[in-house]
Structures are given as C-alpha cells and as structure tokens.
Write a protein that binds this ligand. Structure first.
Ligand code: 26W
Length: 807
C-alpha cells in the first residue's frame, strides 16, 4: 500500500481542514474505528467513508423531521415485509453530490473507490420485484419531499446466497449483519410489546384479549436521503427481542440452554426472510412476522399522532398507510383493535377511520401466491383479530345486503387476505395498466362491482438515480453533456435526446458508452466466471427470479435451437451472441430448480463446442442480486421480458433496461405494454399471444402437442433435451421436464416458441444494421421518462395518499 506522509497523524489533517470530507474520513478512521491509516483495511476505510457520508445525511434528516413536526404535515407510512435495498454507500454519495469528491479522497489515501464500494454487502431484505419497488419508492419519496416512513423487519439473514454445484442451485445463509452496519441507528427507546395467542375473556362486560406470548419490537432507523440531499426520510426496521431476556432461575439451576430460551424464541421472529415469492405456504411463523411488523408500525404511528393531536377521528388527515401486498393486511383489524380496545372508539367509528387511512397495492394475480390463512391458525395466533375480521365481514355484508353471491373475507374455513385488504382500504391499486384491468375483471370482480371507484392503477417505476446515474456512469455523463443536468429529477427531459439521436456524432458516443460497459462486464465475467466473451457480441440478458411464468425455459430452448442452426451452417453470417441469465429459485420450487440446472447444463455443452465457438456463449453467474443487476443492465443490448401474457403484474427490470438503452424482446404483459406504447413498435421486438389468446389457447387440451408438432425446431430441441445431449452423465435427467412441455404446458412455452424464435431472428438482423440498432437503443433511453418512480410516487401522493410535498 502506498504511504502518504500526511496520513500518519490524522490530527494534523483534522486541524488543517476541519470540515473537509477527507478530514472527516480520517477522524472516523481514528475515533470511530480506532485505526491508524497505516494499518487500515478496505473494511476500515469503507466504514470510515460510510460514517463520514452518513454525517452529511444527518442534517437534512433532522431538518426534514423538524419541518414535518412544525407544519403538522401529513405523513406516508409504507408497510412492507420486504425492502430490497442493495448497497447504500455509493447511492448516498451520488444523492449528496459527493461521489467525485469521495473517489478523490479515497484515491488520496491510496484506496480504490470501486473496491471500497464493492466491499459493502447488499442489504437483501427482499425476494425480488416487490421488495426492490419498496426501495425505489423510499428513494423517490425522499427526493420529492414526501414525509414518509418505511416500516419493515430487520431480518438477521436476508435472501439466501446462491451457488451452483454441478449446475444445481445450492442455498447458503446470508450474513449481512456479520460486520457492523454503518447506516442504522439503534433506537432502544422506540419499543413496543407485540402480543400473540392466548384467549378472550369477559372483563367488566368487555371482551379482553389475554395473550399467552409477547415479544418486544425494537426499532432500528436508517435515513434515506433524496436527490441533492434536500430531504431525508426514515426506514424503520423492527428487530425482535424477548420481553424477558433470561430465565435466571434456570441459569442458577445449571440449565444454561433453557435459560436462554426466551431470547432464542423471540429472536426467531426477525431471524430470516421467507425466500418464497411463488407459493403461499400458510406457516404460523410467517403470520407472526406479518403481525409483528404491522402491530409495531401501527403502535408507532398512533404514538406519533398522539404526540401532537388528541382526536383519533382525525387520523386520516395526518396518516396514510400503504400495504405493500397483503403481507401487512392485518393492519385493518389491528388498527381497529388499537382504536377500539386501547382508545375506546366504537367499532362503527373505528372502521371508517381505519379504512380512510389504508391503501392496498396488489402485486400478483397468481392464485398460488394469494394469502389465505386457515381460520384455525389465524384464530390461534390472533384470537382478537379473528373476532374483528368476522365483525368486518358481517358489517360489509350488511352494507351490501341482497347481493346474489356476496364475496366474504372468511370462507371455507379460511381468512382471505386479499378480500380483507380490499374491504379495509379506501384505494386498491394494480402496478401496471394491464394488471389493474385484470384485477377488476378476474381477481376482484364482485368487490369491484360493489366499489367501482376503489381500484386505481399506479404503474410502477424505478429510481433513475440508482438505475442510471449511479450504475451507468458512461451513459449518464453523455446525457448530461448532451442535454445538461436536471434529468436526474425530471426524467422526461430525456426526450431532449431525440434530436441528437438523429446525428451520427451522438450515436457514435452512445455506442461507445455501451461498449465501455460491455468491456467492463466482459472483464468481470472473465475474472468471476472464468469465461471469455466477445464484447462485440450481442449481450442478451434475462435476469429475474426463476419462475415458470417468466419462461426462462422458453429462452434456453430457443438458445438450443439457435445453437443447432449454427452447427448446421457454421459459416453463415451469424450475429455473435452472449446469452446471460441471472436469478434465484425459491428453495422449495423443484421445477424452477430443474430449469436452473438445465441452463447450466446447456451452457457447459455450448460453451465447449468449438464449432459454435464465439458465435454463442451462455453464462449464468451465481447469486444474482441488486449489485449484479447494476453491472449487467448497463451492459445489456437486449432485454428479455417474455412472461406468459397476463401473468407478470408489471415488471420493473424491464424499465431499468429501457432506461439504460436496451431494446426489449417481449410479450404484451405487465408494463411491457406501456413500454411498447412509449418507445414505439419499431423499437421493440414484440411477439406472442395476448392475455385473451393465451386464455383461449388453454381451452384446447391438446395445445402443446399441436404446437410442438407444428414446429420442427421445437421438436428437435425437445428431442435433444430428452435424449440427454446436455446431460450425458444421466441421459434421462430432463425426461420429466420435456414430458411437462408436451402434456402440462400451462405457461404456453410451446405455443409461443415459434413466435419467439422468429422475433430473435428479427433481433439478429436489426443488430447487424449497426447504425439503426444504436438509434433504436438510444430511443429507448430517450423515451423512458415515464418509468421514473418519481412519476409513480407523485401519482400515489395525489390519487391514494392525498399528501403534498413538504419541500
Ligand atoms: C406469500 C408469498 C409471496 C411473497 C411475495 C407471494 C407473492 C409475493 C410478491 C407479491 C411477488 C412479487 O414480487 N411481485 C412482483 O411485484 C413487482 C412490483 O410490483 C412487479 O413488478 C412484478 O411483476 C411482480 O411479480
């Protein structure tokens, strides 16, 4: 490590420039980390830099909080079981306008800024789209000066780490809190008792809940700073602590393990994130986690309200609570319980108050992902809430007496959380135009008929600070050089690129920026995956959770067909391709895991084929996460958004690719529909059945067989897989998988195969026309303004929360 003579005594530097970032870094290195620069590791430097940057956030954070109190401004509370944040340090430096300064400071200490940034573990407190959306929303609310709190759980272990063994996914626990986490402030004074189980008793003519278990929810606050540091909000995550730490009697009797039991038991509540976003499982621990988050949040909200107000009937004037899917849908009954049991409000008054505060966002139509609790489990864990749910159900039914087939909350011995959330919310929203329509038509048609103004659409968005400014320096520099600064907070300004795109000079620069990213990714793939790829090949990327409806299978089968075509005619004018996959499967989702293994097996064979050589490579780096997405998206030429129509609620990855100048190959699903509308058909590779066509197609029980028999390519591909071409050590490995395509192809891989294959041929010829391709890519960026989460949040503020900016 190079020595810097002025470093050895940090005090000298401090006195020289007491307010500089450099001085603050050195001060933290010495006084917070207790390290001398000479002996500091990358970790020490990262911590010192993080604390120095955090210091810069504290002031806007205090100012924002003070202003909200002083003006009595309405606050938004975003309740979510998941916040998929990723790394914080670089994002914070970018938003504070300190990135270059921080880089320069670290360089002056002989430290590589990149290495320091990458030393930070991802905060992976989420599974995928829903959790990442919550993180983008937190950043946009701070940018817009919308006073807000995010409420979640401080999971000790976030989403599992994925590695591949013999091509198979193996899960390992994730450990983001193993090192100190510099971004949070422990708030032991913000603690609430969370009751569970027990029974109901009559006391003085009132029903009283006598719980048999309690834990304490204790707060940890992370400030979330918006663009240019004008506003900062709080992400408050709850950790579980025992009400009684330790059983001293047992300890004194020598029963040491049992003595620590209460602590161990309580801690399980915030121990791990459920890694399943596929199937609803009905596990008691999950219900307890959901109630733990929700009750802690609501107690905190009421405490804050009552610090300045007295009349709880005014709650909706000061408080908007958003339920991120049904996971916190117990908020309806819990808010009623707190108002009625703790604050003496009559039920008939409490219900409309609660409803006027609550909004519900639906994120999936998949029936297997919709939460329903057995009344037995629900009543056992939350006996008081079971009563309240029945009361709500009865009240709603009475309000709509005479409906021919009334849709209730409790049915067939189950509590249906979707119906509960719908009935207890004043607004219900889907996350793309198509999805919101399908909610009306297919998911809640009855409730929609009763409440025709309740369902609204709020198309998702992503934050352009993280997903362009931060992750794609070459492109964001070019944009600023071309249209000036300001687009970061007003993404519609990207429209200003349309004119320059008509010039050769701009297109050359745009292409050059993409190439820098592709070279960087190639180098990373070489060092991390040991694979050499040609940076001039077309980088074709599908990154998302592995799920049948997302159809990674369609992609890999088409890849096999393409490989076979190359082998038949290796000297033809092929466009070289690199197929990149990324994503995790839920640990219990066997079919998804089989698809992962197939992709890895296919990669093994294709990548070692001298005939196809550089014309086709398949790479699947393990452990896809937010940080990997930040690397892959800026380097992508083609965005794969190929879900079966009607199944992807929105997608947000699709928007990130568009912003970063990668055209989409995709179906008419989720927000793809709106991307197509914005970018124009000539800049989007559309294929496949519509939602209606897909539904009609399934009516024919022979649809898959017919599609396969009509496609020679698909027949050949399935034959190769079935014969074991990609599993020579176990020829029948994919026998079941191929059988399912023939006979149980619910997601219509076979029926869309030829259309997808043809769209890929269109991609190849478009890519071969370089000038036009670059133009197409650049137009994707220019027309992506709609997909900023600032637009989404503004719309929630107006249509759902009725709250204004405090800036
Ligand atoms: C109960 C198990 C469970 C857990 C999580 C079921 C379902 C989920 C989520 C609702 C799944 C999810 O992440 N949905 C995604 O939400 C994104 C943000 O709105 C959308 O862009 C994706 O299309 C949608 O799949």
């Amino acid at each position: 490590m190079p020595r810097h003579p002025n470093l050895w005594n940090p005090m000298n530097d401090l006195s020289a420039a007491p307010t500089s970032l450099k001085a603050n870094i050195l001060r933290h290195l010495a006084y917070t980390l207790g390290k001398d620069a000479e002996h500091a590791s990358t970790y020490d430097w990262r911590m010192a830099l993080s604390f120095a940057i955090r210091d810069q956030i504290v002031e806007p954070w205090f100012a924002s909080t003070r202003k909200t109190w002083a003006t009595g401004h309405k606050r938004v509370y975003y309740l979510s079981m998941e916040f998929l944040i990723g790394r914080i340090l670089e994002d914070a430096t970018v938003n504070l306008g300190l990135r270059d300064q921080a880089e320069e400071a670290m360089a002056s200490f002989g430290q590589d800024f990149r290495a320091i940034i990458e030393d930070e573990p991802d905060a992976a407190l989420g599974n995928g789209g829903l959790g990442r959306l919550a993180a983008c929303f937190m950043e946009s609310m701070a940018t817009l000066g919308c006073p807000a709190y995010g409420y979640g759980i401080r999971y000790e272990h976030g989403l599992f780490r994925q590695r591949f063994e013999g091509g198979r996914q193996v899960e390992a626990p994730e450990d983001w809190l193993k090192q100190d986490h510099p971004w949070e402030f422990t708030r032991p004074e913000a603690a609430y008792v969370i009751p569970f189980k027990g029974h109901m008793e009559q006391q003085a003519g009132r029903e009283v809940w006598v719980p048999s278990e309690t834990v304490v929810a204790s707060a940890y606050d992370t400030p979330v700073v918006g663009w240019q540091g004008k506003w900062a909000n709080t992400l408050r995550l709850w950790g579980a602590l025992p009400t009684t730490m330790f059983d001293l009697d047992r300890f004194n009797r020598g029963d040491y393990a049992a003595a620590a039991e209460p602590e161990a038991l309580a801690r399980t509540l915030s121990r791990v994130l459920y890694p399943d976003d596929t199937t609803y499982q009905g596990k008691e621990l999950r219900l307890k986690q959901e109630f733990f988050l929700t009750s802690a949040a609501l107690q905190d909200i009421l405490r804050r309200f009552l610090a300045s107000e007295t009349d709880l009937r005014k709650l909706p004037d000061h408080v908007a609570i958003q339920m991120n899917d049904t996971h916190p849908a117990i908020a309806g009954p819990e808010l009623i319980r707190l108002l009625v049991d703790e604050h003496g409000m009559p039920f008939d008054q409490a219900l409309p108050v609660a409803r006027a505060c609550l909004g519900y966002t639906n994120h999936t139509l998949l029936p297997e992902a919709l939460e329903r609790w057995a009344t037995f489990t629900f009543g056992n864990v939350l006996p008081r809430h079971m009563q309240i749910v029945e009361q709500i159900d009865h009240w709603h039914k009475t309000e709509h007496r005479g409906r021919p087939h009334y849709i209730g909350i409790v049915k067939h011995h189950e509590v249906r959380m979707g119906e509960l959330a719908f009935i207890m919310a004043h607004k219900v929203n889907g996350v793309s135009a198509l999805h919101s329509d399908l909610i009306k038509k297919n998911l809640f048609p009855e409730l929609h008929a009763l409440h025709p103004d309740r369902i609204v659409n709020q198309t998702n968005g992503v934050t352009p600070r993280r997903w362009l400014k931060m992750c794609n320096k070459p492109l964001s520099t070019l944009i600023t050089d071309t249209i000036g600064a300001g687009w970061e907070a007003d993404l519609d300004l990207l429209k200003g690129l349309e004119k320059p795109i008509k010039t050769k000079a701009f297109c050359k620069d745009f292409d050059a920026a993409k190439r820098v990213n592709k070279v960087e990714l190639s180098n990373w793939l070489a060092s991390h995956e040991g694979i050499t790829v040609n940076p001039d090949a077309l980088f074709d990327v599908q990154i998302k959770r592995i799920h049948e409806y997302k159809r990674q299978l369609l992609n890999i089968l088409q890849t096999i067909g393409h490989w076979e075509a190359i082998k038949q005619n290796p000297n033809a004018n092929w466009v070289p391709r690199v197929k990149i996959f990324g994503g995790k499967a839920a640990p219990g989702y066997a079919v998804a895991k089989e698809i992962i293994r197939l992709i890895n097996d296919v990669a093994e064979v294709i990548n070692n084929d001298p005939v196809s050589g550089d014309l086709l490579k398949v790479v699947y780096p393990a452990n896809y996460n937010v940080s990997m997405a930040e690397r892959l998206i800026p380097a992508a030429d083609l965005s794969e958004q190929i879900s079966t129509a009607g199944k992807e609620a929105s997608g947000t990855g699709n928007m990130k690719f568009m912003i970063n100048g990668a055209p989409t190959i995709g179906t008419l699903d989720g927000a793809n529909v709106e991307i197509l509308h914005e970018v124009g058909e000539e800049n989007f590779f559309l294929f496949g059945m519509t939602t209606e066509q897909a539904m009609a197609r399934r009516q024919d029980p022979e649809h898959a067989r017919k599609a396969i028999e009509a496609s020679q390519t698909l027949q050949d591909v399935l034959q190769m897989v079935a014969e074991g071409r990609f599993s020579p050590d176990q020829k029948d490995r994919y026998h079941d998988l191929v059988h399912r395509v023939w006979h149980h192809d619910y997601f219509l891989v076979a029926s869309d195969f030829d259309a997808y294959d043809a769209a890929q041929v269109r991609v190849d010829s478009a890519y071969a026309d370089r000038d036009n391709w670059v133009k197409m890519a650049a137009l994707n960026t220019a027309r992506s303004g709609f997909f900023s989460s600032d637009r989404t949040i503004r719309s929630y503020m107006k249509d759902v929360w009725n709250v204004s900016s405090a800036l």
